[in-house]
Design a protein around this ligand. Structure first.
Ligand code: 5AD
Ligand code: SF4
Ligand code: FES
Length: 345
């Protein structure tokens, strides 16, 4: 136990750990509170007490990929597919601005449903509102990423999902870990702030795999890291699997904070699905970002990655008020800035 406490201390002061040390931390359950408190201190010291909000617009659930865990996979015929018109997306971004969000995240399944020209138009129009733009559109060519960057996109989210090659290949038919890493490197080189992350509790994922994921975030020097538990969806091939564990997800997040002290780390929706106070626990264990949903009406429930997704029947206005109250309730404040990564060292 004292050995694990020493590992936590080392991580807190040097922000470096070996894979073996990370595995020890993950395997030991006796020092979880110390780990969470250390991550909370590092968060406070490096990125402060302000919480950055990002308004999430889920603008289309059409997806050409077939990720085995995801409800939006192309083989799931139960999903009613939708795509918002460019003007409707821009209108949602205007509302997000009215709700005082500084960033919108444009997220969709991976598809060719919008032309590059349409996406450029959407990005330019939203950028003109004075908002920062994060894209989350999946794997594209470097040329396409470049066009969106030139149109004004600031950040890009693309979770690596798992760096364990065997697990990756088994869950992503027709996709490759190599191409996913290629995308992340291209995005970095184009000057995006790059967000990645992983799922916790995938079938056959080990503590060693998770340690590898964390070290990958560090080697990429990721600007943002979003992670959460895998939650089995009954309309997918993984319906019968056990799913991820809340505490283990928070531990992976806390260690990520210790190793990447100035990164932006969201308290994710999937965490709140497993624990009704999940996002606030995450904010007190290393996280400094929340991404409330600004998608409206019926589309919220049509964007069903996993069951039990929170806020399905809530309005964007309600969520904005709700999250502000919760953040203030734990003695933190909602940031009024864009919340770009501020490097410290
Ligand atoms: N449980 C938890 N997270 C999921 N995602 C997709 N399906 C699930 C699931 N069943 C996550 C993936 C993806 C992000 C948009 O949603 O990590 O990158
Ligand atoms: Fe499509 Fe993303 Fe779901 Fe994979 S995780 S099926 S790429 S929406
Ligand atoms: Fe949506 Fe609380 S953030 S109801």
């Amino acid at each position: 136990m004292s050995k694990v406490l020493d590992i936590i201390k080392k991580a807190q002061s040097t922000h470096c750990l070996t894979k073996e040390e990370i595995v020890e931390l993950l395997n030991c359950n006796e020092c979880d509170q110390e780990l969470f408190m250390a991550a909370d201190r590092v968060r406070s010291q490096f990125v402060g007490d302000q919480v950055h909000l990002r308004g999430l617009i889920e603008f289309s659930n059409i997806c050409q990929q077939n990720c085995c865990y995801c409800g939006l996979r192309r083989d799931n015929v139960k999903v009613k597919r939708y795509k918002l018109l460019p003007n409707a997306i821009i209108e949602l971004a205007k509302k997000a601005k009215d709700y005082d969000y500084k960033t919108v995240v444009l997220q969709s399944g991976e598809s060719q449903s919008y032309t590059v020209t349409e996406m450029e138009h959407i990005i330019r129009s939203i950028k003109a509102l004075g908002l920062a733009i994060t894209l989350s559109l999946g794997e594209k060519s470097k040329e396409e990423y470049q066009k969106y960057r030139e149109a004004g996109a600031d950040r890009y989210l693309l979770r690596i999902e798992t760096t364990d090659e065997k697990v990756y290949e088994s869950l992503h038919p027709g996709m490759s870990l190599t191409n996913r890493m290629r995308c992340l490197v291209d995005l970095k080189n184009l000057g995006y702030e790059v967000g990645t992350g992983c799922l916790v509790g995938l079938p056959n994922q080990t503590m060693e795999s998770l340690a590898g994921d964390i070290l990958f975030f560090k080697s990429l020097d990721a600007d943002m890291i979003g992670l959460g538990p895998f939650i089995p969806n009954e309309d997918t091939p993984l319906a019968q699997e056990a799913g991820g564990n809340f505490t283990l997800s928070i531990k992976v997040m806390a260690i990520t904070r210790l190793l990447l002290p100035d990164a932006n780390i969201p308290a994710t929706t999937a965490m709140e699905t497993l624990n009704k106070n999940g996002r606030m626990i995450a904010l007190q264990s290393g996280a400094n970002v929340v991404m409330p949903n600004v998608t409206e009406g019926e589309y919220r429930e049509m964007y069903m990655l996993y069951p039990g997704k929170i806020c399905i029947n809530d309005t964007p206005k309600h969520c904005r008020g709700c999250i502000t109250g919760k953040i203030q309730g734990i003695g933190r404040q909602v940031s009024t800035e864009y919340g770009y990564r501020r490097r410290k060292k």
